[in-house]
Structure formats: structure tokens, C-alpha cells
Design a protein around this ligand. Structure first.
Ligand SMILES: *[C@@H]1O[C@H](CO)[C@@H](O)[C@H](O)[C@H]1NC(C)=O
Length: 237
């Protein structure tokens, strides 16, 4: 699942990238705008970089639409923002799958990706996920080109680990984010609440930054609205 990040830095610079989807102006420290992303973003202080990010993601209840395909991805990741051409991400894939009777029913899968390589998904067999479950997601970059994704269903205790080696792009560790992303051609699931809890990113020196210390980013079309709820990040569709 391709992601795009691109923004206009008010302070010193403009990033220019070849991606077809262009982010809009950066409005202020705590109010960023994006084509497809709503959530929270933290930036590493000068000289520091992120090598770990973690959060729980609550599997939402999805009631519709029942007559159309829909999808949304709730994920955490390192890099990707600020025009960076790489992104190490993992999280929850939510989509409406057409059933035999023609209605659309929700399917939940874990997924993990080191962009620009394609996404891989956990199968419902190896990691069953139901509405109301809490999935722990942890991404550890052991170097700029190696890392591990850890997914755990906290209700059942089932967990999976996936190792990455030698992706096409090395990480910088400049950004970490907790995001719900829409897929342009589909609806997002209606009246859905995505919650990221215990959301923090760790830097090489062991210091951590909470998601709630970061900036909120909002999809321009208003289909996904992000807010801070105490130390949690909440995105409502
Ligand atoms: C993703 O899937 C591809 C194709 O099955 C496989 O070669 C690759 O190792 C998988 N990546 C991870 C991190 O498991």
C-alpha cells in the first residue's frame, strides 16, 4: 500500500518529490495537512534519530458501508513524512470484502511493509483479529536497512514477528508517525474510531517521544479526523 508524504516546510525549505500526490502547506506546528494521512507525527531533535516505534491499535467496529468496497490502514512507521522516499511501517489493514450475498463485510489483517517494497499481510489464521481486540505493534530498526516488526493480539496472546533485510531504501529515522491512511479510490469505513494507545517512538540514545508531543496531520478531504485524547491518538471516520 503505497503511501505518500510530502510537505511544505514553512521555516527553511521546500521538499520537492516525484510523487504524483502532493501534500498541502504545513499550517502550523500542530496542524499539518495531507492527501491521505490523518494522525500524529513526531520529528527527531537535531542529531537524533528514531529506531523504534510502538503502539497498540484498537481493532475498530465497522458497520458499513455494506453496499460498497472500503478500506483504511491504521499503521505506525518510521520516516515517510517530509518527502522522505522510504517508510518502514506496520499496522492494521481494514477492508470491506464482498460476501456471497453481495454485501461487504469487514476483514482485519496485520500488515507490514518497508516501502517501496510491497506490503505483506498476516493471514487470519496466524493472527486472528476481531473488533474490540487490541493489537500491539512494535517496529525496531536494528540498522538503517534491517529491522523487525512485532505484532501481537493482546486478547489472545498470539504474536508474529517478521524480519526485514536489505530493503531498497535506508531509513533516516527523522520522523515517526501513527497514521490512519485512506486509499483514494475507496470509501473509508463509516463511523469508525481508530485508537493508538501507549504510542511512543524511541531514539538511538534510548530517549522516547510520545505521539502526543507531536503534530497532528489531517487528510484534506475531512474523511478522517485526527485528535489527541490525553496521551492517545484518535482518528475518526
Ligand atoms: C513478504 O512476502 C514476500 C513474498 O512472499 C517474501 O519474499 C518476503 O520475505 C516477505 N517479507 C517479510 C518481511 O516477511
Amino acid at each position: 500500500m503505497r503511501t505518500f508524504a510530502f510537505f511544505h516546510c514553512l521555516y527553511i525549505c521546500t521538499f520537492a518529490f516525484a510523487y504524483p500526490h502532493v501534500e498541502q502547506d504545513k499550517l502550523s506546528r500542530r496542524d499539518l495537512s495531507s492527501v491521505r494521512w490523518s494522525g500524529a507525527i513526531v520529528t527527531a531533535p537535531e542529531g537524533a534519530s528514531f529506531n523504534e516505534i510502538t503502539s497498540t491499535i484498537k481493532v475498530p467496529s465497522v458497520t458499513g458501508p455494506i453496499d460498497a468496497a472500503y478500506s483504511a490502514y491504521a499503521w505506525i512507521g518510521i520516516d515517510g513524512w517530509g518527502g522522505l522516499n522510504n517508510l518502514f511501517q506496520a499496522g492494521l489493514d481494514v477492508r470491506g470484502i464482498e460476501a456471497a450475498d453481495g454485501t461487504y463485510v469487514p476483514q482485519f489483517r496485520g500488515y507490514f511493509e518497508w516501502y517501496p517494497e510491497g506490503a505483506n499481510f498476516s493471514t487470519p489464521d496466524e493472527l486472528p483479529l476481531l473488533s474490540g481486540d487490541t493489537m500491539l505493534v512494535r517496529i525496531v530498526a536494528s540498522s538503517s536497512t534491517q529491522g523487525t516488526v512485532y505484532l501481537e493480539n493482546e486478547r489472545t496472546g498470539e504474536s508474529k514477528e517478521y524480519n526485514f533485510d536489505e530493503p531498497s531504501y535506508a531509513l533516516t529515522g527523522r520522523y515517526a508517525e501513527w497514521i490512519v491512511e485512506e486509499f483514494s479510490s475507496n470509501a473509508v469505513p463509516s463511523n469508525c474510531i481508530f485508537e493508538f494507545q501507549s504510542a511512543e517512538a524511541q531514539m538511538q540514545d534510548g530517549k522516547t517521544l510520545a505521539a502526543s508531543s507531536g503534530s497532528l496531520v489531517q487528510v484534506q478531504d475531512g474523511r478522517l479526523v485526527a485528535s489527541f485524547d490525553n496521551s492517545d491518538v484518535k482518528v475518526v471516520s
